[in-house]
Design a binder for this molecule. Structure first.
Ligand SMILES: C[S@@+](CC[C@H](N)C(=O)[O-])C[C@H]1O[C@@H](n2cnc3c(N)ncnc32)[C@H](O)[C@@H]1O
Length: 349
Protein backbone atom coordinates (compact mmCIF):
# COMPACT_ATOMS: atom_id res chain seq x y z
CA UNK A 1 0.00 0.00 0.00
CA UNK A 2 1.53 3.41 -0.96
CA UNK A 3 2.26 5.95 1.78
CA UNK A 4 -0.74 8.27 2.36
CA UNK A 5 -0.30 11.79 0.92
CA UNK A 6 1.20 14.40 3.30
CA UNK A 7 -2.09 16.24 3.84
CA UNK A 8 -3.55 13.12 5.49
CA UNK A 9 -1.41 13.35 8.61
CA UNK A 10 -2.12 17.07 9.00
CA UNK A 11 -5.85 16.45 8.58
CA UNK A 12 -5.76 13.63 11.10
CA UNK A 13 -3.79 15.77 13.59
CA UNK A 14 -6.48 18.45 13.34
CA UNK A 15 -9.19 15.85 13.94
CA UNK A 16 -7.33 14.25 16.83
CA UNK A 17 -7.03 17.59 18.63
CA UNK A 18 -10.80 18.21 18.48
CA UNK A 19 -11.00 17.69 22.25
CA UNK A 20 -8.61 20.61 22.71
CA UNK A 21 -10.92 22.78 20.62
CA UNK A 22 -13.91 21.85 22.81
CA UNK A 23 -11.94 22.66 25.96
CA UNK A 24 -10.49 25.92 24.61
CA UNK A 25 -14.00 27.16 23.75
CA UNK A 26 -15.39 25.98 27.10
CA UNK A 27 -12.56 27.67 29.05
CA UNK A 28 -13.02 30.92 27.07
CA UNK A 29 -16.79 30.83 27.77
CA UNK A 30 -16.38 29.85 31.41
CA UNK A 31 -14.03 32.80 32.01
CA UNK A 32 -16.74 35.04 30.48
CA UNK A 33 -13.98 36.42 28.23
CA UNK A 34 -16.44 36.99 25.34
CA UNK A 35 -18.44 39.36 27.59
CA UNK A 36 -15.32 41.39 28.35
CA UNK A 37 -14.39 41.70 24.65
CA UNK A 38 -15.73 43.73 21.77
CA UNK A 39 -16.12 43.00 18.07
CA UNK A 40 -15.03 46.50 16.99
CA UNK A 41 -12.42 47.55 19.57
CA UNK A 42 -9.42 45.52 20.66
CA UNK A 43 -8.23 44.73 24.18
CA UNK A 44 -4.66 43.75 25.10
CA UNK A 45 -4.23 40.25 26.54
CA UNK A 46 -2.83 41.70 29.79
CA UNK A 47 -5.79 44.04 30.26
CA UNK A 48 -8.23 41.21 29.48
CA UNK A 49 -6.43 38.97 32.00
CA UNK A 50 -6.75 41.69 34.65
CA UNK A 51 -10.47 42.12 33.91
CA UNK A 52 -11.07 38.37 34.17
CA UNK A 53 -8.68 37.60 37.02
CA UNK A 54 -6.81 35.21 34.69
CA UNK A 55 -3.11 34.30 34.30
CA UNK A 56 -1.83 36.73 31.61
CA UNK A 57 0.58 34.44 29.73
CA UNK A 58 -1.83 31.48 29.73
CA UNK A 59 -4.70 33.67 28.53
CA UNK A 60 -2.52 35.10 25.72
CA UNK A 61 -1.74 31.54 24.58
CA UNK A 62 -5.43 30.57 24.70
CA UNK A 63 -6.24 33.64 22.58
CA UNK A 64 -3.56 32.68 20.04
CA UNK A 65 -5.15 29.23 19.67
CA UNK A 66 -8.65 30.76 19.40
CA UNK A 67 -7.33 32.95 16.54
CA UNK A 68 -6.75 29.75 14.56
CA UNK A 69 -10.46 28.95 15.05
CA UNK A 70 -11.61 32.46 14.00
CA UNK A 71 -13.13 33.03 17.44
CA UNK A 72 -10.92 36.08 18.04
CA UNK A 73 -8.71 38.22 15.78
CA UNK A 74 -5.62 40.27 16.66
CA UNK A 75 -5.34 43.96 15.67
CA UNK A 76 -2.94 46.81 16.56
CA UNK A 77 -5.35 47.78 19.39
CA UNK A 78 -5.47 44.22 20.77
CA UNK A 79 -7.77 41.18 20.52
CA UNK A 80 -11.30 41.48 19.16
CA UNK A 81 -14.12 39.03 19.29
CA UNK A 82 -15.41 37.76 15.92
CA UNK A 83 -19.10 37.20 15.12
CA UNK A 84 -18.49 33.51 15.81
CA UNK A 85 -16.95 34.26 19.22
CA UNK A 86 -19.80 36.64 20.07
CA UNK A 87 -22.16 33.63 20.09
CA UNK A 88 -20.43 32.63 23.33
CA UNK A 89 -21.51 35.80 25.16
CA UNK A 90 -23.73 35.09 28.17
CA UNK A 91 -27.35 36.10 28.16
CA UNK A 92 -27.66 37.21 24.52
CA UNK A 93 -30.56 35.63 22.60
CA UNK A 94 -29.32 32.40 21.04
CA UNK A 95 -26.17 32.34 23.19
CA UNK A 96 -24.22 29.09 22.74
CA UNK A 97 -22.40 29.58 26.08
CA UNK A 98 -24.55 27.00 27.91
CA UNK A 99 -23.73 24.45 25.18
CA UNK A 100 -20.00 25.23 25.45
CA UNK A 101 -20.17 24.59 29.21
CA UNK A 102 -22.13 21.33 28.81
CA UNK A 103 -19.96 19.96 25.97
CA UNK A 104 -16.80 20.98 27.83
CA UNK A 105 -18.22 19.73 31.15
CA UNK A 106 -20.37 16.69 31.97
CA UNK A 107 -20.80 15.58 28.37
CA UNK A 108 -17.04 15.88 27.84
CA UNK A 109 -16.46 13.51 30.74
CA UNK A 110 -18.97 10.97 29.43
CA UNK A 111 -17.49 11.11 25.93
CA UNK A 112 -14.23 9.90 27.48
CA UNK A 113 -16.05 6.55 27.83
CA UNK A 114 -17.28 6.41 24.20
CA UNK A 115 -15.01 3.42 23.49
CA UNK A 116 -16.59 1.54 26.38
CA UNK A 117 -20.06 2.30 25.01
CA UNK A 118 -19.05 0.98 21.60
CA UNK A 119 -17.66 -2.21 23.19
CA UNK A 120 -20.56 -2.87 25.58
CA UNK A 121 -23.59 -0.96 24.28
CA UNK A 122 -23.94 0.64 27.73
CA UNK A 123 -24.58 4.37 28.06
CA UNK A 124 -21.32 6.13 28.98
CA UNK A 125 -23.06 8.85 31.02
CA UNK A 126 -24.78 6.26 33.27
CA UNK A 127 -21.49 4.41 33.75
CA UNK A 128 -19.54 7.56 34.64
CA UNK A 129 -22.13 9.27 36.84
CA UNK A 130 -23.99 6.23 38.16
CA UNK A 131 -27.43 7.34 36.95
CA UNK A 132 -29.48 8.41 33.96
CA UNK A 133 -28.70 11.97 32.87
CA UNK A 134 -32.25 13.31 33.48
CA UNK A 135 -32.12 12.02 37.10
CA UNK A 136 -28.60 13.42 37.48
CA UNK A 137 -29.73 16.89 36.34
CA UNK A 138 -32.93 16.73 38.40
CA UNK A 139 -30.87 16.37 41.59
CA UNK A 140 -28.51 19.21 40.63
CA UNK A 141 -30.63 22.31 39.95
CA UNK A 142 -27.79 24.47 38.61
CA UNK A 143 -26.67 21.77 36.16
CA UNK A 144 -30.30 21.05 35.24
CA UNK A 145 -30.87 24.72 34.47
CA UNK A 146 -27.70 24.82 32.37
CA UNK A 147 -28.96 21.77 30.44
CA UNK A 148 -32.35 23.43 29.79
CA UNK A 149 -30.54 26.59 28.63
CA UNK A 150 -28.26 24.51 26.40
CA UNK A 151 -31.32 22.93 24.74
CA UNK A 152 -32.76 26.40 24.15
CA UNK A 153 -29.36 27.50 22.75
CA UNK A 154 -29.95 25.62 19.50
CA UNK A 155 -33.51 26.90 19.24
CA UNK A 156 -32.68 28.55 15.91
CA UNK A 157 -34.06 25.29 14.52
CA UNK A 158 -37.50 26.38 15.83
CA UNK A 159 -37.61 29.61 13.79
CA UNK A 160 -39.67 28.32 10.82
CA UNK A 161 -42.16 26.41 13.00
CA UNK A 162 -44.45 29.39 13.63
CA UNK A 163 -45.08 29.38 9.86
CA UNK A 164 -45.67 25.61 9.61
CA UNK A 165 -49.10 25.04 7.96
CA UNK A 166 -50.37 23.10 11.01
CA UNK A 167 -49.46 25.98 13.35
CA UNK A 168 -50.77 28.74 11.08
CA UNK A 169 -54.09 26.86 10.69
CA UNK A 170 -54.30 26.49 14.48
CA UNK A 171 -53.44 30.17 14.91
CA UNK A 172 -56.31 31.17 12.59
CA UNK A 173 -58.90 28.67 13.88
CA UNK A 174 -62.26 30.33 14.72
CA UNK A 175 -62.19 28.95 18.28
CA UNK A 176 -58.80 29.50 20.00
CA UNK A 177 -56.72 26.35 19.46
CA UNK A 178 -54.43 24.73 22.04
CA UNK A 179 -50.87 23.59 21.40
CA UNK A 180 -49.62 20.99 23.89
CA UNK A 181 -45.83 20.80 24.16
CA UNK A 182 -44.87 17.42 25.61
CA UNK A 183 -41.58 17.56 27.53
CA UNK A 184 -41.31 21.15 26.36
CA UNK A 185 -38.15 21.98 28.33
CA UNK A 186 -38.01 25.61 29.46
CA UNK A 187 -40.78 26.71 27.10
CA UNK A 188 -38.61 28.11 24.31
CA UNK A 189 -40.63 26.52 21.48
CA UNK A 190 -44.09 27.04 22.99
CA UNK A 191 -43.20 30.66 23.80
CA UNK A 192 -42.21 31.33 20.18
CA UNK A 193 -45.48 29.87 18.85
CA UNK A 194 -47.68 31.76 21.31
CA UNK A 195 -45.82 35.00 20.58
CA UNK A 196 -46.30 34.55 16.82
CA UNK A 197 -50.01 33.62 17.04
CA UNK A 198 -51.89 35.76 19.58
CA UNK A 199 -55.03 33.55 19.49
CA UNK A 200 -53.18 30.33 20.35
CA UNK A 201 -53.29 28.85 23.84
CA UNK A 202 -50.59 26.53 25.17
CA UNK A 203 -49.99 23.72 27.61
CA UNK A 204 -46.54 22.52 28.60
CA UNK A 205 -46.05 19.08 30.16
CA UNK A 206 -42.70 18.58 31.91
CA UNK A 207 -41.07 17.01 34.89
CA UNK A 208 -41.90 19.10 37.98
CA UNK A 209 -38.50 20.78 38.41
CA UNK A 210 -38.40 21.85 34.75
CA UNK A 211 -41.98 23.16 34.68
CA UNK A 212 -41.00 25.97 37.03
CA UNK A 213 -38.23 27.16 34.69
CA UNK A 214 -40.74 27.07 31.82
CA UNK A 215 -43.25 29.11 33.82
CA UNK A 216 -40.59 31.73 34.58
CA UNK A 217 -39.53 32.14 30.96
CA UNK A 218 -43.12 32.18 29.60
CA UNK A 219 -44.09 34.81 32.16
CA UNK A 220 -40.97 36.84 31.31
CA UNK A 221 -42.04 36.70 27.65
CA UNK A 222 -45.36 38.32 28.61
CA UNK A 223 -47.43 35.22 27.84
CA UNK A 224 -49.10 34.94 31.26
CA UNK A 225 -52.73 33.77 31.14
CA UNK A 226 -52.31 32.01 27.79
CA UNK A 227 -50.79 28.72 28.92
CA UNK A 228 -51.00 25.99 31.53
CA UNK A 229 -47.93 24.31 32.99
CA UNK A 230 -48.56 20.64 33.71
CA UNK A 231 -46.05 18.92 35.98
CA UNK A 232 -46.03 15.24 35.10
CA UNK A 233 -44.73 12.40 33.04
CA UNK A 234 -45.14 11.16 29.45
CA UNK A 235 -48.06 9.08 30.81
CA UNK A 236 -49.93 12.32 31.63
CA UNK A 237 -50.44 13.74 28.12
CA UNK A 238 -53.67 15.76 28.36
CA UNK A 239 -56.55 15.20 25.93
CA UNK A 240 -58.18 18.10 24.09
CA UNK A 241 -55.13 19.60 22.34
CA UNK A 242 -55.42 20.65 18.71
CA UNK A 243 -51.69 20.34 18.06
CA UNK A 244 -49.24 18.22 20.04
CA UNK A 245 -45.50 18.98 19.92
CA UNK A 246 -42.75 16.49 20.69
CA UNK A 247 -39.45 18.27 20.21
CA UNK A 248 -36.13 16.50 20.63
CA UNK A 249 -37.67 13.89 22.91
CA UNK A 250 -37.83 10.64 20.92
CA UNK A 251 -34.06 10.73 20.26
CA UNK A 252 -33.55 10.36 24.04
CA UNK A 253 -35.12 6.90 24.12
CA UNK A 254 -34.91 3.40 22.67
CA UNK A 255 -37.60 2.11 20.32
CA UNK A 256 -39.69 0.43 23.05
CA UNK A 257 -39.92 3.62 25.11
CA UNK A 258 -40.65 5.68 21.96
CA UNK A 259 -43.56 3.37 21.08
CA UNK A 260 -44.88 3.77 24.65
CA UNK A 261 -44.60 7.58 24.48
CA UNK A 262 -46.24 7.72 21.05
CA UNK A 263 -49.11 5.41 22.09
CA UNK A 264 -49.81 7.68 25.08
CA UNK A 265 -49.96 10.69 22.77
CA UNK A 266 -52.16 8.86 20.23
CA UNK A 267 -54.58 7.97 23.01
CA UNK A 268 -54.82 11.60 24.11
CA UNK A 269 -55.21 12.95 20.54
CA UNK A 270 -58.62 13.53 19.00
CA UNK A 271 -59.03 12.25 15.43
CA UNK A 272 -58.64 15.82 14.14
CA UNK A 273 -55.47 16.64 16.12
CA UNK A 274 -51.97 16.96 14.64
CA UNK A 275 -48.62 15.88 16.04
CA UNK A 276 -45.42 17.74 15.12
CA UNK A 277 -42.14 16.01 15.97
CA UNK A 278 -38.84 17.92 15.84
CA UNK A 279 -35.73 15.77 15.45
CA UNK A 280 -32.48 15.55 13.53
CA UNK A 281 -33.40 12.92 10.95
CA UNK A 282 -30.54 10.76 9.65
CA UNK A 283 -30.34 11.07 5.86
CA UNK A 284 -31.36 7.88 4.08
CA UNK A 285 -28.59 8.27 1.48
CA UNK A 286 -25.65 8.53 3.88
CA UNK A 287 -25.05 12.21 3.03
CA UNK A 288 -23.32 14.40 5.63
CA UNK A 289 -25.55 15.68 8.44
CA UNK A 290 -25.16 16.91 12.02
CA UNK A 291 -27.57 14.05 12.82
CA UNK A 292 -24.67 11.55 12.61
CA UNK A 293 -22.74 13.46 15.32
CA UNK A 294 -25.81 13.80 17.54
CA UNK A 295 -26.48 10.09 17.11
CA UNK A 296 -23.14 9.47 18.89
CA UNK A 297 -24.09 12.05 21.52
CA UNK A 298 -27.39 10.23 22.17
CA UNK A 299 -25.64 6.84 22.27
CA UNK A 300 -23.07 8.11 24.78
CA UNK A 301 -25.27 10.23 27.00
CA UNK A 302 -28.88 9.07 27.01
CA UNK A 303 -29.00 5.64 25.42
CA UNK A 304 -31.22 6.97 22.65
CA UNK A 305 -30.52 7.48 18.96
CA UNK A 306 -31.16 9.62 15.90
CA UNK A 307 -33.28 7.84 13.28
CA UNK A 308 -34.09 7.89 9.59
CA UNK A 309 -37.52 9.07 8.44
CA UNK A 310 -38.62 5.51 7.60
CA UNK A 311 -37.68 4.45 11.15
CA UNK A 312 -39.89 7.21 12.60
CA UNK A 313 -42.68 6.21 10.19
CA UNK A 314 -42.51 2.63 11.55
CA UNK A 315 -42.59 3.73 15.20
CA UNK A 316 -45.52 6.04 14.46
CA UNK A 317 -47.42 3.31 12.61
CA UNK A 318 -46.96 0.95 15.56
CA UNK A 319 -48.62 3.60 17.75
CA UNK A 320 -51.58 4.12 15.41
CA UNK A 321 -50.17 7.27 13.81
CA UNK A 322 -49.25 8.01 10.22
CA UNK A 323 -46.32 10.14 9.06
CA UNK A 324 -47.85 12.73 6.71
CA UNK A 325 -44.91 14.95 5.86
CA UNK A 326 -41.26 15.74 6.70
CA UNK A 327 -39.89 19.24 6.16
CA UNK A 328 -36.44 20.68 6.88
CA UNK A 329 -35.54 23.05 9.72
CA UNK A 330 -32.24 24.90 10.36
CA UNK A 331 -29.25 23.11 11.94
CA UNK A 332 -29.99 19.87 10.04
CA UNK A 333 -33.23 19.33 11.97
CA UNK A 334 -36.62 18.36 10.52
CA UNK A 335 -40.25 18.58 11.49
CA UNK A 336 -42.27 15.40 11.04
CA UNK A 337 -46.04 15.85 10.82
CA UNK A 338 -48.17 12.89 11.97
CA UNK A 339 -51.90 12.27 12.34
CA UNK A 340 -53.98 9.45 13.72
CA UNK A 341 -54.64 6.58 11.34
CA UNK A 342 -58.44 6.78 10.84
CA UNK A 343 -58.97 3.00 10.93
CA UNK A 344 -57.19 2.77 14.28
CA UNK A 345 -58.89 5.74 15.89
CA UNK A 346 -61.43 3.60 17.77
CA UNK A 347 -58.74 1.14 19.01
CA UNK A 348 -56.38 3.83 20.18
CA UNK A 349 -59.07 5.50 22.32
C1 LIG B 1 -33.82 16.93 25.12
S1 LIG B 1 -34.95 17.78 26.14
C2 LIG B 1 -36.02 18.59 24.97
C3 LIG B 1 -36.69 19.80 25.53
C4 LIG B 1 -37.54 20.59 24.53
N1 LIG B 1 -38.64 19.81 24.03
C5 LIG B 1 -36.67 21.14 23.41
O1 LIG B 1 -36.77 20.71 22.27
O2 LIG B 1 -35.86 22.04 23.72
C6 LIG B 1 -35.92 16.42 26.69
C7 LIG B 1 -36.90 16.81 27.78
O3 LIG B 1 -37.60 15.63 28.20
C8 LIG B 1 -37.95 15.82 29.55
N2 LIG B 1 -38.28 14.51 30.14
C9 LIG B 1 -37.43 13.50 30.43
N3 LIG B 1 -38.11 12.47 30.98
C10 LIG B 1 -39.41 12.85 31.03
C11 LIG B 1 -40.59 12.23 31.49
N4 LIG B 1 -40.55 10.99 32.01
N5 LIG B 1 -41.76 12.89 31.39
C12 LIG B 1 -41.80 14.15 30.86
N6 LIG B 1 -40.70 14.79 30.39
C13 LIG B 1 -39.52 14.16 30.49
C14 LIG B 1 -36.71 16.44 30.15
O4 LIG B 1 -36.99 17.12 31.37
C15 LIG B 1 -36.25 17.37 29.03
O5 LIG B 1 -36.68 18.69 29.20
Amino acid sequence: MPDPPGWCSETLLRLLTGAWTTQALAAFAELRAPDAMDTATGIAADALARALGAHPDSLARLLRYLMTLNVVTEHPDGFRLTELGALLRAGRPGSLRPLALMYGGVFYQSFADLGRTVRTGETAFDHRFGENHFDHFARRPALGELFDQSMAASSRMFEPLAAHPVITAAGRAPAPATVVDIAGGNGELLGRLLAAHPRLRGALLERPHVVEAARRSLEAAGLGGRYDCLPGDFADVPPGGDVYLLSRVLHDWDDDRCREILRGIAQAMAASADLLIVERVLPGDGSASLAAAWDLHMMCNVGGRERRADHYARLLAEAGLALVDVSPLPLDASVLHARKVPALTADAR
